[in-house]
Design a protein around this ligand. Sequence first.
Ligand code: GDP
Ligand code: MG
Length: 177
Amino acid sequence: SEEDGQSRGYLFKIVLIGDSAVGKSNLLARFARDEFYTNSKSTIGVEFQTQKMEIDGKEVKAQIWDTAGQERFKAVTSAYYRGAVGALVVYDISRSQTFDSIGRWLNELHTYSDMNVVTILVGNKTDLKDAREVSTEDGKALAEAHGLFFMETSALDNSNVTAAFQTIVKEIYDILS
Ligand code: GDP
Ligand code: MG
């Protein structure tokens, strides 16, 4: 009911994962603050950002966690995943090695969080058309194979960024409400 929803407050923890420099921090900066940083160093330090959203006329808060650079050491801590109900698993369409890492990130996600965590595969940097190494078809196929949502985005030109976060928050809302 509406009252239940308000008392629970619908706060959804969502984690960003994926290799270093795929654009996780900039997806969050674009979504939450409509900002973009050309230098990735400027994104270190943010732990999470809480963003109010409206789903079916109800206020929902998405608490979106950023790795703050710890993925450079190849893994993030279990605390990062604890309580997550959603995940954006991000690769860079211009670097196929970041796409090859997706399986490893999914394994880590499923090791440390609930199997039912709502997950979207995100191919970022679509603005880098001439440098594309991962086709849209390959992204879609991998998402389908793992039962994930899929979207291609650009944090630089603000393409599909809100849509990616909306898709995941809407799905979580539909499951939990
Ligand atoms: P993170 O390590 O995954 O958090 O990646 P960052 O958000 O720090 O971004 C790494 C680098 O990629 C930075 O130089 C960003 O400016 C750049 N970047 C992020 N998103 C995009 C994008 O959509 N397009 C382009 N061309 N560059 C991007
Ligand atoms: Mg980052």
